[in-house]
Design a protein around this ligand. Structure first.
Ligand code: GLU
Length: 565
């Protein structure tokens, strides 16, 4: 089959569910989705969970959630209820979990054995190792080959000894040419592929076997997957021929790298944390981050990685941002799914004509494999953030509020609890313009959640300047601290706690006592209620903090600054 034939394409994304969905995997899914959906075809999700040790149900669900969040919907695959309530998945070719398809694989496996195209191999692990060592001693690459028939008696003896067999494919000794729509052609010389295992001792098929059987039975016409599978394709081709299956077209995709050419991996998070720990010369874990035990294991061995939750807590404590690697990380950081899709699509493909910003509909209409690059794409976070900022700025206010509410429900529930709907909206209104991500209104404004008596005032030069600590005010002029004291009594008797009333009161005070400079009055108030000189517009902030808390915070700030002054 060639990609130019007018077939209705069927593509699939076939993740092995260990860990989280990496952006590279998401891009594979996106390309496969766009290819099929732009040509009236079908897109399938299949969960490749035949490696029992490494697969988990939680990871499968996580992958599906991530794809759903990105807006990559599947026509066939695991049944899943989307965030918007739509039920996706199911289909005539299930189960879409390989672990539930063992009888199917066995049927084909037995067929190959009956035809003499596959055979049982009974070596123990030790015997297998010995064969490998012998080859090494001969300075040969080890390739398992058929070692002769065994009799029924020998077989019975192996069973009595408690051995179990793997099933190996009897690979024909011929040259194999792989045609790839992205990488071009490559030929493996005869004898390169050994008699590889197709069924493991635990009765599960290997990846190679399951993938070939499923791609055929599910009618897959075009396989898009990571470049690491390129040479595996030779194994898949010989199996397809032996089973009389059709040959799908292949497109192998390069990996996505960091700009410095390193692999984008989980380790990047640990790197950032280790650097911060070193800079701060920390010798024990910050309270509430990781346990002493985890810390010691991690700090004494550069190869140990913290689990995600621990890494997030430590990053919070160290006030560093973890580099996002998985789809879920980007979501947590407040990136928009459409921006991630747009950006990922560009990491390895381009529509041409300098077009950079586009949506899924555009991608669907324009995606083709001949514009996919062969070399690794470089993931430019600065550009991604710029894309996200542009999209957020262009978003109507109501949409921003709606998205932030959705984001907060999952990642910042404490803000939903803290503010009623109207106040939540007020905070979003006050922060929209300055936000680069959906998380920024929350990340930057933790002071709203702090108990009044636990708010810390930052003792930095901006705060000191705002309050006039350590400087002498011009003759007759009031310091920031004095303005704060005066405003405390004004606000204490204010009956109307609205932006308009508060601003009007501050304005007339400023005209009389601060040469009309509203900032000289507003900035000390900001420090008092937020702890720093940066917050959303002050009158909104005062309303959001609320009258009682605002007054309590001003009192504490006055006391704190008086002691310093
Ligand atoms: N389960 C394989 C992986 O996650 C998929 C390979 C394929 O698409 O054939 O790498």
């Amino acid at each position: 089959m060639s990609m130019t034939e007018p077939v209705v394409p069927v593509t699939r994304f076939a993740p092995s569910p260990s860990g989280h969905l990496h952006v590279g995997g998401a891009r594979t899914a996106l390309y496969a989705w766009a290819y099929a959906k732009g040509r009236g075809g079908r897109f399938i999700i299949r969960i490749e969970d035949t490696d029992q040790k490494r697969s988990s149900d939680a990871a499968s669900v996580g992958f599906l959630k991530d794809l759903d969040w990105l807006g990559i919907r599947w026509d066939e695959g695991p049944t899943f209820t989307s965030d918007d309530g739509a039920v996706v998945g199911g289909g005539p070719n299930g189960s879409y979990f390989q672990s539930e398809r063992l009888t199917i694989y066995n049927r084909y496996c037995e067929q190959l054995i009956a035809q003499g195209k596959a055979y049982e191999a009974w070596e123990t692990t030790e015997e297998g190792d010995a064969l490998r060592k012998e080859a090494m001693a001969r300075k040969e690459a080890f390739r398992y080959r058929f070692r002769g028939e065994i009799t029924a008696e020998q077989r019975a003896q192996f069973v009595r000894e408690g051995r179990s067999a793997v099933v190996r494919f009897r690979t024909p000794q011929v040259a194999i040419t792989i045609h790839d729509e992205v990488l071009g052609e490559a030929t493996l010389p005869a004898g390169e592929v050994d008699d590889f295992v197709i069924r493991k001792k635990d009765g599960f098929p290997t990846y190679h076997f399951a993938v070939v059987v499923d791609d055929e039975l599910m009618g897959v016409t075009h396989v898009m997957r990571a470049q690491e599978h390129f040479t595996n394709t030779a194994k898949h081709m010989v199996l397809q021929d032996a089973l009389g299956f059709r040959r799908p077209a292949y497109g192998h995709l390069s990996i996505i790298k960091n700009p410095d050419d390193s692999k984008m991996s989980k380790r990047d998070k640990d790197k950032v944390l280790r650097k911060a720990v070193k800079e701060k010369a920390l010798t024990s874990p910050p309270i509430g981050s990781v346990t002493a035990e985890e810390w010691t294991r991690w700090i004494t061995d550069e190869n140990v990685q913290l689990d995600l939750e621990g890494a997030i807590r430590l990053a919070d404590a160290l006030k560093v941002t973890l580099p996002e690697i998985n789809v879920d990380d980007f979501r947590r950081s407040g990136y928009l799914p459409e921006t991630i899709c747009n950006f990922l699509a560009l990491n390895g493909w381009s529509p041409g004509g300098d077009v950079e910003k586009f949506d899924l509909e555009f991608l669907k209409a324009r995606f083709s494999l001949d514009r996919v690059i062969k070399t690794p794409a470089k993931f430019d976070r600065i550009k991604l953030l710029a894309f996200n900022t542009d999209a957020i700025n262009a978003m109507p206010r109501e949409e921003f509020v709606r998205r932030c509410r959705q984001h907060a429900r999952v990642f910042r529930p404490e803000f939903i609890e803290r503010f009623d709907s109207a106040r939540f909206e007020l905070l979003m209104n006050a922060t929209h313009e300055r936000s680069k991500t959906l998380d920024e209104p929350f990340r930057a404004n933790g002071f709203f959640l702090v108990a009044d008596d636990a708010l810390l005032f930052s003792d930095d030069k901006n705060v000191r300047k705002a309050l006039g600590i350590g400087t002498v005010a011009a003759d007759g002029a009031r310091s920031g601290l004095e303005h704060l004291r005066a405003m405390r009594s004004l606000l204490g008797s204010a009956t109307d706690w609205t932006q308009h009333a508060l601003e009007t009161a501050a304005n007339s005070y400023a005209v009389e006592h601060a040469a009309g400079k509203l900032g000289a009055v507003a900035q000390p108030l900001r420090v008092a209620v937020s702890g720093t000189t940066v917050s959303p517009p002050i009158w909104d902030t005062l309303v959001l903090v609320g009258r009682t808390s605002a007054l309590a915070r001003i009192d504490r700030c006055v006391a704190w600054a008086t002691a310093l002054a």
